[in-house]
Design a protein around this ligand. Structure first.
Ligand code: C2E
Ligand code: CA
Ligand code: CA
Length: 665
């Protein structure tokens, strides 16, 4: 829209005012003056005519006009009087300002322009004596009036223009101040709230400026509040409320940018996806509040550790993600994964409980393992499952073969659900022998899954799946029942195997009331409690020692014995070991198999045997494959052994055929 400036409007108003009012007024004044002038002239002419008439009468009466002629002679110089004539009663010129006419008959001539003829008859009481004729010229007057008129027109025109210019000037003064306000308003409109105007004076415009300043200050405050609220909203939308870490949304955004950046600069990226191992147990055993507190502590630790260029995000639950921009090679990503594991390895103290956490980490590299954030995340997730399947607390790199292995894992989980009902699951028993006598002093029940689809599946593979899916709870009940039933069957058949060892999963201890279950199973199978040993891995006890001690005590009160499985692999510490209500430690096979070498593991194995006897616990060496393993263990004072040297895990009927086990020396 075109704007007609206020100054032009003011100029226009003054112009019209001048034209419509001032000019007619001026014209009226001029006309009145002109009329007055004319009337005055007329009056003067009439008086003059009267005077001349008096003189003329005298001349006509005396019939001597010489004096009269002398009297009027000077008037020839008067511009106003063109001619002055005295006529007798016969219309003969007796006196005239034009002497050439004297004595001739008077001929009246036509009125010239701007002249006037005036005639006055001269009478006495009885007769007509003659007349006076004067020819007046108005040229002089009219010229004067004309000049005056032009001056008036000039004044009017000048007035009109001056008023227009004054209008523009006054308008400019006004609009210049308004323009200051306009500019400021526009700036506010464009989002610059830090505007204040200064319009000096004490008029409406300066007051408007003050109001404007107040308004912009108010707007500024409101805008700031709005901005803050907006920031908060954006923050909340992009961050996890629990930990304050970036959430999936922000992570995706950031990842997208990082990928674009990496593409431009030919960088490599690493995406580490990790999941806390067994975190569900904390929630299940201690409630979600405790779980949340632990997550917050972990989030704070990770933020401290990776505060610089890397982005740590909480994707929900116990899943985190770390994006490392710019890495040189796979090793770098591996080192960072190890750093995460080390960061988590420091125990978390929360409400007077101490938790030992670990994570399984999947690593994916850009561009090798995926071109976009969705694929990278999915592949890192796949690699993470791989890390879980490899025993947790570790990291794995993604490889294309992994995708198929995850698919296999899912279908395996589905099959495993039906394995018990279909009778695909059974227990094999591995003898445990007395190193001194070679007699069987017990058997360990080990689960076997023979799937029509996958063939014979190792427990190393299906037990972790069962644990992660929770299937282990039902499966564990079945295993306990089956082992006790089998043991009681052997006993009633006269086979004097002193005890059966059953492996318990950490989840079973955390999630179910294991003492009640064991007691019920013993009741239903009729197996004496002294014939049952429960194996629990060291890792679980470390996770929550206080609770473990409570549960183990309940189990022991039932009369069953407790063995710590895989002893040595879970960072055992003496500080808790002596407090545990246990009967036996099972030295992990990784140590036993080093016996006879000069390795540190062999020294540790000996130390474990010593530790056991110091604490008054039985010690059993697991994974005895070679004779010298048995010999050396025995020489250290270890009483029991288990391993392929004696027998692998066997089917119940195979086992019952074996009569006498002796150390093969
Ligand atoms: P584990 O409890 O440490 O069981 C001992 C494992 O060592 C068994 O493997 C056994 O076959 C193997 N082994 C025994 N002697 C030797 C030896 O001389 N050399 C070597 N290299 N290995 C030997 P298996 O049966 O494959 O079981 C693997 C793991 O699966 C077990 O380790 C246990 O953690 C888990 N598992 C097996 N059955 C059950 C079960 O019924 N319940 C639970 N919760 N876990 C089970
Ligand atoms: Ca075991
Ligand atoms: Ca073991």
């Amino acid at each position: 829209m075109t704007i007609i400036s206020l100054k032009y409007r003011i100029a226009l108003v003054l112009f019209i005012l001048q034209l419509a009012i001032i000019s007619p007024l001026l014209w009226f004044t001029f006309s009145s003056y002109r009329n007055a002038e004319m009337k005055q002239m007329e009056a003067r002419e009439d008086i003059f005519l009267e005077l001349i008439t008096q003189f003329g009468r005298k001349a006509l009466l005396t019939e001597d006009s010489s004096d009269f002629q002398l009297f009027i002679a000077p008037f020839t110089k008067d511009l106003h009087i063109k001619s002055l004539i005295l006529l007798n009663h016969d219309q003969i010129v007796v006196a005239s300002t034009n002497p050439l006419e004297l004595g001739s008959a008077y001929k009246s001539t036509k009125d010239e322009k701007r002249t006037v003829w005036k005639r006055k008859e001269i009478d006495n009481a009885t007769e007509k004596l003659g007349s006076v004729v004067i020819h007046f010229s108005r040229i002089d007057l009219e010229k004067r009036l004309e000049a005056l008129q032009w001056k008036g027109v000039g004044i009017i025109i000048a007035g009109i223009f001056i008023s227009a210019i004054v209008g523009v000037g006054v308008g400019t003064l006004l609009t210049r101040r308004l323009q200051v306000l306009e500019r400021a308003t526009r700036e506010v409109g464009e989002g610059n709230m830090d505007v204040a105007v200064s319009v000096p004076g004490h008029d409406e415009i300066s007051r408007l400026a003050l109001v404007f300043n107040e308004m912009s200050a108010n707007l500024r405050n409101q805008f700031k509040e709005l901005e803050q609220a907006q920031h908060e909203l954006v923050f909340q939308a992009q961050h996890d409320l629990l930990t304050g870490l970036p959430n999936r949304l922000l992570f995706d955004l950031h990842c997208c940018q990082a990928i674009a950046n990496a593409k431009n600069k030919n960088h490599r990226l690493a995406l580490l996806f990790f999941d806390l191992d067994n975190f569900k147990n904390i929630n299940d055993s201690y409630g979600h509040q405790m779980g949340d507190s632990v997550l917050r502590i972990i989030a704070a630790r990770l933020t401290m550790q990776f505060k610089d260029e890397n982005l740590v995000a909480h994707l929900g639950g116990d899943e985190f993600c770390l994006l490392i921009e710019k890495i040189e090679n796979d090793d770098d990503a591996g080192k960072i994964a190890q750093l995460i594991l080390d960061t988590l390895a420091v125990s978390v103290e929360c409400e007077q409980h101490e938790f030992f956490l670990s994570a399984s980490i999947g690593i994916c590299l850009y561009p090798r393992d995926g071109e976009d954030e969705v694929r990278l995340l999915r592949n890192a997730d796949t690699a993470m499952y791989r890390a879980k399947a490899s025993g947790k607390g570790t990291y794995r790199f993604y490889s294309r073969e992994l995708t198929s292995s995850v698919r296999e894992r899912t279908s395996m989980e589905n099959r495993l659900r039906k394995a018990i009902d279909r009778g695909e699951l059974r227990l094999n028993y591995q003898p445990q022998v007395c190193l001194e006598t070679g007699n069987i002093i017990g058997v360990e029940a080990l689960a076997r899954w023979s799937s029509p689809e996958f063939g014979l599946v190792s427990p190393e593979k299906f037990i972790p799946i069962a644990e992660e899916s929770g299937l282990i709870l039902g499966m564990g009940e079945w295993i306990l029942d089956d082992a006790c039933r089998q043991m009681q069957q052997w006993r009633t058949a006269g086979n004097k195997i002193p005890r059966v060892a059953v492996n318990l999963s950490a989840l079973q201890i955390q999630r179910s009331d294991i003492a009640v279950l064991v007691s019920k199973t013993l009741d239903s199978t009729g197996l004496p409690p002294s014939c049952l040993e429960l194996e629990i891995t060291e890792g679980y006890i470390l996770q929550d020692a206080d609770r473990a001690i409570r549960v183990l005590q309940q189990l022991r009160n039932l009369g069953v014995s407790i063995a710590i499985d895989d002893f040595g692999t879970g960072f055992s510490s003496l500080s808790y070991l002596h407090r545990l209500p246990i009967d036996r430690i099972k030295i992990d096979k990784s140590f036993v198999q080093e016996i006879g070498t000069t390795s540190r593991a062999a020294q540790v194995a000996q130390a474990m045997v010593n530790l056991g006897s110091t604490l008054g616990l039985s010690v059993i060496g697991e994974g005895v494959e070679k004779t010298h393993h048995a010999e050396i263990l025995k020489s250290w004072g270890c009483q029991e052994g288990q391993g392929f040297l004696y027998s692998p895990a066997l089917m119940p009927d195979e086992l019952s055929k074996i009569r006498d086990f002796r150390t093969r020396t």
